[in-house]
Design a protein around this ligand. Structure first.
Ligand SMILES: *[C@@H]1O[C@H](CO)[C@@H](O)[C@H](O)[C@H]1NC(C)=O
Ligand SMILES: *[C@@H]1O[C@H](CO)[C@@H](O)[C@H](O)[C@H]1NC(C)=O
Ligand SMILES: [Zn+2]
Length: 427
């Protein structure tokens, strides 16, 4: 436990997604004494991989067609249809066939009756290198929400890898110096001045995070542990909204869930591990229209792998079920993270399919609802209006799968081909 690699830091981050006092047996001092992780090698490797991928890319036809495919349209599957892609966008969708005059024969792909889904979206993950992006894309994930960005240069080195999942990036996770998350961020090299010690800092904090590439503001709701207080949560949300960007609040207890909705966060991520949300809390989410990303895959990993006292996966599931039954919008997100030896490990990519199955088997969604919670719903929730559905004018983020995932959600795992912005994924 005394090594200086990122291993322990990340394990700490993951286990501390729980803000239960039983979690994290070592003190903050252990972490803040560590020398900050040097991200230069991974940033350099990411950029090199991007350059190599760019130079390897063969001149792909700017226009291609996928024929004989059943398209997921948000309610079910279409009859056999054709999709034409031009310059990264969907140019035409025809049933059964488009006039293919403009498409060269070698750029026409007969899908043999397979199902075409809009690219999947993981609404909560922590990729940091190209192996992670590759695993996500191979599972059909064409958009990934990077749920915390502590080092802008590292986040930027994950952008613009042709044919790999695209990221939408959080701010640095907002937290106060006395929270368990703060110790982790400091050890990652985040300076004390980027932590929020008083309300007066908040307006300029928001401005800085937006200017360094944060597409939305992430806030750590730490209750019942120490951390940002309700007045700070409310002000962060107000200032973010004034800047025109949305807010995602981390919460893993009922108190933090209540504070998140009261503060006006657009989305609350994770689920309640202490006890299930009661009718009053569920009603508050319905009234506010707050979107929830329960990351049940991570909630299960925490309970099964760490088993902190007082944490119950059943409570987390019940909360998600109750929210869904009451009409609260839920998103598919995993909290996928990189550390193989982390106590709460969640794999990139395949975990999206685990979460789709959780949504159907545990939360009570139909397979169609689960697919929408991984496509159209998150696209709308994160303001990504250019994607999430297979329709003319949208990005050609497309996934071909075998079988009918609107009947059996497991079929969504049988990914055969993936295009990201019209560029076919290759390992
Ligand atoms: C932690 O720090 C914040 C911000 O400085 C402060 O508002 C709060 O009272 C502190 N204590 C607890 C218990 O959260
Ligand atoms: C990315 O990190 C993982 C650890 O999760 C490691 O196994 C893998 O080799 C890394 N990939 C690259 C390209 O550095
Ligand atoms: Zn996370």
């Amino acid at each position: 436990m005394k090594n200086n690699s990122g291993t322990l830091l990340f394990a700490y981050w993951v286990s501390c997604t729980l803000q239960l006092s039983q979690c994290c047996s070592f003190g903050h001092d252990d972490l803040s004494r560590r020398s900050p992780v040097d991200y230069t090698p991974v940033i350099t490797a990411n950029k090199l991989a991007r350059d190599q991928r760019l130079s390897r890319r063969k001149a792909a036809p700017s226009r291609f067609a996928i024929t004989n495919t059943h398209i997921f349209n948000g309610v079910g599957l279409s009859p056999a249809s054709t999709v034409i892609v031009h310059d990264g966008l969907i140019e035409a969708v025809c049933t059964p066939e488009c006039a293919l005059v403009s498409v060269p024969a070698e750029a026409t792909y007969d899908a043999g009756g397979m199902t075409l889904l809009p690219g999947l979206m993981d609404s909560h993950a922590h990729p940091s290198n190209v192996t992670h992006l590759t695993a996500l894309t191979a599972s059909g994930v064409t958009t990934t929400v990077l749920a915390n960005c502590a080092v802008a240069a590292l986040c930027a080195s994950l952008d613009d890898h042709p044919g790999l999942t695209t990221l939408t990036r959080a701010s640095l996770a907002a937290t106060s110096p006395n929270s368990t998350h703060a110790a982790m961020l400091l050890a990652q090299g985040v300076t004390l001045s980027r932590l929020i010690a008083n309300l007066a800092q908040i307006p300029s904090w928001i401005t800085t995070e937006v200017s360094t590439g944060g597409a939305f503001i992430k806030i750590i709701g730490s209750a019942p542990g120490t951390g940002l207080q309700p007045a700070a949560l409310t002000l962060l949300v107000r200032e973010a909204h004034a800047a025109g960007i949305i807010v995602v609040l981390h919460a893993s207890s009922t108190v933090a869930f209540a504070q998140g909705v009261a503060a006006g966060a657009d989305q609350v991520h994770h689920s309640t591990l202490d006890e299930a949300a009661d009718d009053g809390l569920v009603a508050a989410y319905v009234a506010a229209g707050t979107v929830v990303c329960p990351t049940l895959t991570m909630m299960r990993a925490i309970v099964e792998q760490l088993n902190p006292a007082g944490a119950s996966f059943d409570a987390a599931v019940k909360t998600a079920r109750r929210l869904h039954a009451a009409g609260v919008e839920l998103l598919v997100g995993t909290d996928g993270n990189w550390e193989a030896t982390s106590p709460a490990r969640v794999l990139f990519g395949s975990s999206v399919h685990d979460e789709l199955e959780n949504m159907v088997r545990l939360v009570g969604m139909s397979p169609v609802e689960a697919l929408r919670a991984a496509t159209e719903k998150p696209a709308r929730a994160f303001g990504l209006v250019d994607r999430g559905v297979v329709a003319v004018g949208k990005r050609a983020d497309l996934v071909l799968v075998e079988g009918d995932p609107t009947v059996d959600i497991k079929s969504a795992r049988a990914v055969r081909r993936v295009w990201v912005g019209g560029i076919e994924f290759r390992e």
